[in-house]
Design a protein around this ligand. Sequence first.
Ligand SMILES: Cc1cc2nc3c(=O)[nH]c(=O)nc-3n(C[C@H](O)[C@H](O)[C@H](O)COP(=O)(O)OP(=O)(O)OC[C@H]3O[C@@H](n4cnc5c(N)ncnc54)[C@H](O)[C@@H]3O)c2cc1C
Length: 248
Amino acid sequence: MTSAIDTDVLIVGAGPTGLMLANQLARRGIRSMIIDRHPGPARETRALGVQARTMEIYAHLGIIDAALSLGRKALAANFWAQGKHAARIPLGDIGREESPYPFLLILGQDDNERLLGDNLRMLGRDVEWSTELIGLAQDGDGATATLRRPDGTVRVVRASWIGGCDGSRSAVRELTGIGFEGAPYEHVFFVADVTADGPMVPSASERSIPWPDPAAMQGQRASAGRPVGAGVIDDAWGPSSGRTTGDG
Ligand SMILES: Cc1cc2nc3c(=O)[nH]c(=O)nc-3n(C[C@H](O)[C@H](O)[C@H](O)COP(=O)(O)OP(=O)(O)OC[C@H]3O[C@@H](n4cnc5c(N)ncnc54)[C@H](O)[C@@H]3O)c2cc1C
């Protein structure tokens, strides 16, 4: 016999997916609990581009004004290769007449997560940090999750549903045998939060940072005045080359 249900939905993972699910459930008054094994929110930029549909959903959540004031509209992407400006792709009018937000907003993933986390707290919920899912069993009435808490003790939670929002190496997927079809991208990508000197395209929303060979480079500027570099590492510097590219 199974014990009583503690929560309707246990959300595993407080990245953008888990935080969005927690916000949507809270708005609808559905009981949920959200955990993450990390001690707190991520501080690196990671993903940069917020699409129109996300901004429409942010408007429903009431966080669009904060997102727009923190981020920058992308007017163009500038690509650099071997120290030279190789291409400029205009982005300024994508989605015109399709959305109230017909543009790509450059806003780092850390800022997106912060906005979603703040809104969740406003709705009366919060993430339980340093709490890791280590066991999961399903039955006809729901699921039993085993969690390791910050002090190392174990807690068992009964939930009607589990929201597996725990990223690419998902414990939820592994513990339930769901599997993961597909394969990683062949290229090695990088994103770097950097402070850099050098010539830049002179526009507030259209900045590029030169990057040493051999990386093909797209420079962008994220929120809060922090320059961000992103690009693809040349094949000659890929993982099989034996050449060092650093941690980024
Ligand atoms: C360097 C970098 C650059 C990127 N650039 C881009 C980009 O430009 N554009 C783009 O679209 N995407 C980009 N991505 C991918 C983007 O970051 C992911 O798509 C996004 O983070 C996925 O969100 P998520 O919430 O599904 O998962 P995640 O952000 O991975 O969050 C999963 C969370 O689950 C938690 N977790 C995992 N296992 C457990 C467990 N057992 N118990 C409790 N918690 C657990 C983790 O701590 C984590 O906080 C980039 C990623 C990286 C690393």
